[in-house]
Design a protein around this ligand. Structure first.
Ligand code: ADP
Ligand code: ZN
Length: 711
């Protein structure tokens, strides 16, 4: 097997022009009959790594996957691309299973998805032995390791594969595996000198944004209203939160539902179905939501509360943008969240409490960071990003740094002089020289730093102190009424051995002004594109409903976006869109191209200039039965131009009945004349050589005929 046929199949079945980083190398490894371990983030494109070998090599690829609920989806999506796939698990009847087994045995299946239980059952083994298998793919391979967080005992029995089928390569794939888990997968599966592929965990299409958790509901409503129809998830900490948020969104006319573990199973699966099918756009859920679904067009994830660690956060935001199109992650947090999480962890206690608290701190550091967030995130997973990402709130809105050393010294010295017995509010009041009664009662007005911070507003100080806490210069004693304490590092600052960088608070009003400059109004092109995207999305949903499949299975958002941008109106252009394979071109092409052509016409009728519209407008008239002369009149262009359009369309393989304009005999006559001439030549020269009797447009059509035949 070679990579050329792999590339051809990628285009043919999936409509993609190029492999993503590593996919090619992984496929080559499989072609070389070697074992492989693949670590790629969700949405990275793991499936293609075994599906392409499966369709290009002789025999069947057996895929072991623990997610029974996803198998049907995966198989349907493969079939929609024209690939022979089937699945075997306990969700189908015995008769159905036997039919699939027959197909498998008769080598009619390229990809067979099997549950681990089925795989290790003794009844299935003889069939495996007697069938031509080209590859075993172990999906969610971390399930094999008791170190991983999803341990599945049946997975450990899969050891028999290497022993019984030593010559069949095994590829293990997962999106989460630390070093220990990786080692475990290799040894438990008995992989033979496997090639290990570690892809970057970066998901550059997901923008990152963190905001203080004030007025969250208002902010969320505002966010959703700016993105109508875009499906998204709001993750909440508690069941009650999910209900609250959902009902508040509903009250504003947003199609939102809640989802949590205490709901009846039927209600839960209804919500899931409705979300998958784009019938509701927002789910307010606890973290359990999203595990078993494969919806690729989730456009945003909001965290209503701070997640308890970076791993969870990353996994949850990873449910957005699996199709590679732009997606957004927005995190809200407040100290209150941290207090709640801390007290939950402390109350639960247990061996790992310290680790968990430390992880929470790392999460907080991320949320409070004044550096590129993606850098911090990837850093957490031991990856280094050379440059700032440009797609997080910090990068987009670089903080306003000031030399904070003196500011920090004032605050720290006040904390010391107040005997570490006050909280944030009192500290700020003292610094700002407030006349509050308690200050005088306690004699706080006598300390040296009383009023030393008058030149900053309350908000400024609050912002500074938060940063000091996050820099480790102040500590909040959660168990002592949230009073502030100095730390060992504070001393270094107090004695001027260390400088501090702080960021100025930006008020909402100032922020609005900044945003205005930054987010200019959309260009005309963008408006047009968005409008067409909505039309295509509606069409996709209608088709999906008719066929009873999830919309993203027809085309994913990235493909739809490209269509909206490029407006392919004819087969040749449509085929060139990433995500349009042969099967989907035949099955859906005309629906989408019709919609695009009509859009172009409507916009032109409205007086807008639409790039590339002229062929489309000619074609639409032609399709309605107009003659070239009529088309020319209707469009106010020369008949020769119309002929030119029709000839070009014909050349590009579009159904134009040229026999109306030129006979076969004439074509033969023209082409045999052209054969005798050496290019380059003009139409006039051809016409003269033919004795001046044949019309230009006929020569054009004859030449188009020849060119079409050559394509
Ligand atoms: P994973 O299993 O790693 O979560 P998938 O295999 O589901 O990821 O792929 C995620 C998305 O990326 C899918 O929509 C898939 O069709 C798309 N994709 C995969 N490979 C390519 C490629 N080479 N070019 C464009 N899109 C791709
Ligand atoms: Zn960044």
């Amino acid at each position: 097997m070679n990579l050329t046929s792999a590339r051809e199949s990628l285009k043919k079945y999936y409509g993609y022009d190029t492999f993503r980083p590593m996919q090619e190398e992984i496929i080559q490894t499989i072609y070389d009959q070697k074992d492989a371990l693949v670590l790629m983030p969700t949405g990275g494109g793991k499936s293609v790594c075994y599906q392409i070998p499966a369709v290009t090599m002789e025999g069947t690829c057996v895929v072991i996957s623990p997610l029974i609920s996803l198998m049907k989806d995966q198989v349907e999506s493969l079939r929609a691309n024209g690939i022979n796939a089937a699945f075997l698990n306990s969700s189908i009847s015995g008769a159905e299973q036997r039919a699939v087994e027959d197909d498998f045995f008769n080598n009619n299946i390229d990809l067979l998805y099997v549950s681990p239980e089925k795989m290790v059952s003794s009844s299935f083994f003889p069939l495996l032995q007697r069938t031509k298998i080209n590859l075993f793919a172990i999906d969610e391979a971390h399930c094999i390791s008791s170190w991983g967080h999803d341990f599945r005992p049946e997975y450990t029995k899969l050891q028999f594969l290497k022993n019984q089928f030593p010559n069949i390569p095994i590829v293990c794939l997962t999106a989460t595996a630390d070093k220990l888990t990786r080692k475990d997968i290799i040894s438990q599966m008995n992989l033979q000198e496997p090639s290990v592929f570690l892809a970057s965990f970066d998901r550059p299409n997901i923008s990152l944004d963190v905001r203080p958790g004030q007025k969250r509901i208002e902010q969320i409503i505002d966010f959703i209203k700016k993105r109508p129809q875009s499906p998204g998830i709001v993750y909440c900490l508690s069941r009650k939160n999910t209900e609250d948020v959902a009902s508040k969104l509903q009250a504003k006319g947003i199609k939102a539902m809640c989802y949590h573990a205490k709901m009846p199973a039927i209600a839960r699966s209804d919500v899931q179905e409705d979300f998958i099918n784009d019938n509701i756009s927002v789910v307010c859920a606890t973290v359990a939501f999203g595990m078993g679904i494969d919806k690729s067009n989730v456009r945003w994830v909001i965290h209503y509360n701070l997640p308890k660690n970076v791993e969870s956060y990353y996994q949850e935001i990873g449910r957005a943008g699996r199709d590679g199109a732009k997606a957004e992650a927005l995190l809200f947090y407040s100290f209150r969240d941290v207090q709640v999480l801390r007290s939950i962890l402390t109350e639960n206690g247990g061996d790992l409490m310290d680790v968990k608290l430390a992880k929470l701190d790392r999460m907080l550091q991320f949320a409070d960071s004044l550096n590129c967030r993606r850098k911090i995130l990837l850093n957490y997973f031991n990856e280094n990003l050379d440059q700032d990402c440009g797609n997080c709130d910090v990068c987009k809105n670089p903080p306003n740094y000031v030399d904070g050393t003196v500011i920090a010294q004032k605050a720290l010295s006040a904390v010391v002089r107040l005997k570490e017995r006050v909280g944030i509010r009192m500290l700020i009041d003292v610094l700002r020289g407030s006349g509050r009664k308690e200050i005088f009662q306690n004699g706080f007005h006598n300390i040296k730093t009383y009023g030393a911070g008058r030149d900053f507003s309350y908000n400024d100080w609050q912002y500074f102190i938060t940063q000091l806490i996050n820099l480790g210069l102040l500590e909040m004693a959660y168990d002592q009424n949230n009073t502030l304490k100095v730390t060992p590092v504070s001393k270094e600052v107090l004695f001027s051995k260390r400088t501090v960088k702080l960021v100025r608070f930006v008020s909402k009003k100032e922020q609005k002004e900044l945003d205005k400059v930054k987010y200019q109004t959309k260009t005309k092109k963008q408006v047009l594109q968005d409008e067409l995207f909505e039309i295509l999305r509606t069409l996709r949903r209608q088709l999906a409903q008719k066929e009873g499949v999830p919309p993203y299975l027809i085309f994913n958002d990235a493909t739809l976006q490209e269509m909206a941008e490029k407006r392919p109106a004819f087969d040749a252009e449509f085929k060139a869109i990433s995500g349009v394979g042969e099967r989907k071109l035949v099955r859906y092409g005309n629906y989408f191209m019709d919609a695009i052509r009509n859009f172009i016409k409507t916009k032109t009728d409205e007086g807008q200039k639409v790039k590339g519209s002229t062929y489309v407008l000619t074609y639409l008239e032609y399709e309605n039965g107009a003659t070239p002369q009529q088309i020319a009149n209707a469009r106010g262009i020369a008949p020769m131009t119309v002929y030119g359009h029709l000839a070009t369309l014909y050349e590009r393989g579009i159904d134009i009945d040229v026999s109306k304009y030129v006979t076969n005999k004439e074509i033969d006559q023209i082409l045999s004349q052209i054969d005798k001439m050496t290019p380059p030549f003009t139409l006039t020269q051809v016409q003269e050589a033919l004795g001046g009797q044949i019309a230009y447009h006929k020569i054009k059509f004859a030449m188009a005929h020849q060119a079409r035949a050559e394509v």
